[in-house]
Ligand binder design. Structure first.
Ligand SMILES: [Zn+2]
Length: 398
């Protein structure tokens, strides 16, 4: 199976190759060339003068297309993967919310089956458990009934139950959280600080014991606080100061343009991953929706391009898609297209430990590719050399 993608501007994403050609064989990138080259017996994809970039990698996502990963069905996994593929995502990390243990274990079971049958959507990169070990005061839209301190008996049972957990977010200041971080590190699982009130000294200890990523920077985490006359740096300042990775919900709503610019200025493109943190209403019309599972979820309202609690006092999840994140970094934060794409591809691949096969257009890596126009409208999405979304085809079929 050979594929030749030609007549486009390739974003590697470390440089441009104008009018380049990309050759694919058996789902793997064979080579990248300037100009057109012969490639006998290949299916030809004409990029039409658009950009050709690595597929987008979303490290933190709960749902889309009307489904949530915690709906309790394999079908939900597959529909979410297909929905986000239309917006340029070629790999994603399905994320849970704090829940009953039974619902969590069911979701882990569903992951296995969905992963084995997922042919039409973005690929799965293992499960991200968001909670339940969080600071109650920073729970955001996480259900307070299930929030608790890390308990080895409990997390060892979950770790033994599934080998597909690749990321876990927790508040590092909780009793037991340092041991928990060490255990995750030992298992090769990405440990992230999240929904936390930690001060610098606590984040430093966490960092030295396995926590390397700040989950949705600025959302549900401490900044500078004062106790009597004295000021304390919070998790946000710690993430800036330490050699940590950060992820940001660059939907243009959770973080306004000045904060997108600030994070970019301080951390740079090799420390920032753009994430959707999308709930089920992503890729759907605005209106009423449910955050979390249909059974135990929270009624929310989607307006202004974001989900809100019904009283509008807080956001309740993003409805973003990855194309929108890249577009926002370019158009709102004035970041170059190369760096914006890098934060959606190479950097998340490195953070997730899959950079040996994903995240850049390099010979030998998976042929996960997106083609988009100058406004980041996705034209085609290719996963391991297979076109799984074609805007032209979809528009003409309707
Ligand atoms: Zn989340």
């Amino acid at each position: 199976m050979r594929l030749k993608i030609t007549n486009g501007h390739i974003i590697t994403p470390f440089r441009y190759i104008r009018n380049g050609t990309l050759l694919v064989e058996d789902g793997v990138i064979l080579g990248i060339h300037e100009g057109n080259v012969d490639f006998p017996d290949a299916e030809i994809v004409d990029a039409g003068g658009n950009y050709i970039a690595p597929g987008f990698i979303d490290l933190h996502i709960h749902g889309g297309g009307g489904y949530d990963f915690m709906d309790g069905t394999v079908h939900a996994f597959l529909r979410i993967a297909e929905t986000h593929a239309k917006y340029g995502t070629t790999a994603l990390v399905p994320t849970t919310l704090t829940s009953e243990k039974e619902d969590l274990l069911q979701t882990l079971d569903n992951y296995e089956e969905a992963n084995a049958t997922n042919l039409k959507g973005a690929q799965f990169l293992g499960m991200h458990l968001e909670g339940p070990y969080f600071a109650l005061s920073q729970r955001g839209a996480q259900d307070p009934r299930y929030i608790r301190n890390p308990d080895p008996k409990e997390y060892e049972e979950v770790l033994a139950y599934s080998s597909s957990i690749t990321r876990w977010s927790a508040a590092p200041e909780l009793p037991g959280a340092i041991d928990f971080g060490k255990r995750l590190k030992q298992k090769g699982i990405l440990a992230a600080v999240a929904h936390t009130d930690a001060i610098y000294e606590e984040v430093l200890e966490a960092y030295e014991n396995g926590y390397t990523l700040a989950t949705h920077l600025y959302s549900a985490m401490s900044g500078v606080t004062r106790k009597n006359a004295f000021r304390y740096a919070g998790t946000i300042e710690s993430a800036f100061l330490l050699d940590m990775d950060v992820e940001i919900i660059a939907d243009g709503v959770h973080l306004p343009a000045p904060l997108l610019k600030l994070v970019y200025k301080i951390k740079g493109p090799d420390r920032i991953a753009l994430i959707t943190d999308a709930m089920r209403a992503a890729g759907m019309p605005e209106g009423e929706s449910t955050l979390g599972s249909l059974k135990n979820g929270l009624k929310v309202i989607v307006e202004d391009g974001v989900a809100k609690l019904p009283d509008r006092t807080s956001f309740a999840g993003s409805v973003s898609t990855t194309d929108r994140l890249v577009r926002n970094m370019v158009q709102m934060a004035d970041v170059s297209l190369l760096d914006s794409v890098r934060m959606m591809t190479a950097t998340p691949a490195r953070i997730m430990g899959v950079d040996h096969k994903k995240g850049t257009l390099v010979a030998g890596k998976d042929a996960d590719i997106v083609i988009f126009d100058s406004d980041i409208n996705i034209q085609k999405t290719i996963v391991r050399g297979r076109v799984i979304y074609d805007k032209h085809f979809n528009e003409h079929r309707l």
